[in-house]
Design a protein around this ligand. Sequence first.
Ligand code: HEC
Ligand code: HEC
Length: 304
Amino acid sequence: MLVLISLLLVVTAACSPSPPPVAAPSPYKLSGPLVSSATNMVTAWYLPKNPLTDRSLDNSKLSQDIKWGFRLFTNTPHEAPQFAPSKMSCNNCHLNAGQRERSLPLVGVAGMFPEYNRRSARLYSLNDRIVDCFLRSENATGGVEDELPSTTSPEVLALSAYLTWLARGSEVGKNPPWRGQNVIEASNLIPVEKLDPRRGEALFMEHCTNCHGEDGQGVAIGDKKPGPLWGPDSWNDGAGAARIYTLAGIIRYAMPYLDPGRLTDEEAQQIAAFVNSKPRPQYPFKHQDYRTEKLPPDSVYYRK
Ligand code: HEC
Ligand code: HEC
């Protein structure tokens, strides 16, 4: 592991400041339009589509917003501090700026909206979805100012411009095959009450602390730093990642960073149970969720 980390530091030193422009054709293995999930830290900065270096983007307002949307996505607390009091970037969960396989990729996803949202029991536009990630994953409701993101906030519009750009050429209404792949098979789900956060903690100490720290707050590796997994700077308890099976699906296929796919379904769920047994900011509007649809069994923070 130490060897890998030092290798990583060499690689990142050579790569900073990030993200570096990478010219096509790709030196790395791609899976369709995405960075393959079977890659390693060397590809951590690789972006099949990078608006900052894409010559087809001009100086129009739209092009500028696509570029700002990309910067918002990859450095959210810096670009939108009022909406991201957490220390989370969109990129922490949607790796490679949303262009990595099995890491909640967002390529081609814009064409699937509007879509029914179970939590709110209504149709969601892409902008609604982005607002929700701000309110919950970015804990926008925990800010010192009263301002909350809306579907017409400039930041939301810019992120929408970037994600819609990532869907150029995709068929509207056709579900991309790489969508929804961070899911553990239903037959392998362990009932939440049978999961043991202490077992999850032991696995976390074994597989995760090199980069996430024993305190879960994230260790800087070159210019990459994972977002805090719990505590006041993490996603709030109304976020998708605050659900045990949803988080387990991220961990199972996207982590550990250098060797994703190494954990078993069970291990990923034990670790997710541990991470989501920890304190995190409270989403103040939980009572408005799941008023029509049934509360999912893994929404543990809604049951307390
Ligand atoms: C803490 C991790 C996390 C962070 C940070 C995060 N997201 Fe997400 N995002 C998720 C999860 C988990 C889902 C899937 C939720 C589910 O299963 O319903 C998701 C779903 C989405 C979707 C819908 C994808 C689809 O296929 O329908 C979009 C769009 C999105 N996120 C955008 C963003 C943007 C923009 C940001 C930053 C403002 C962001 N996310 C930050 C975890 C995160
Ligand atoms: C080699 C370093 C490394 C290891 C080991 C590692 N991670 Fe990560 N992890 C990262 C990095 C880096 C990110 C952020 C990626 C980015 O922003 O591009 C991340 C992101 C995450 C995220 C998204 C949310 C957040 O807070 O950033 C979760 C969840 C996560 N890791 C869980 C785990 C778990 C659980 C393990 C152990 C099984 C693990 N990781 C092992 C480096 C690592």
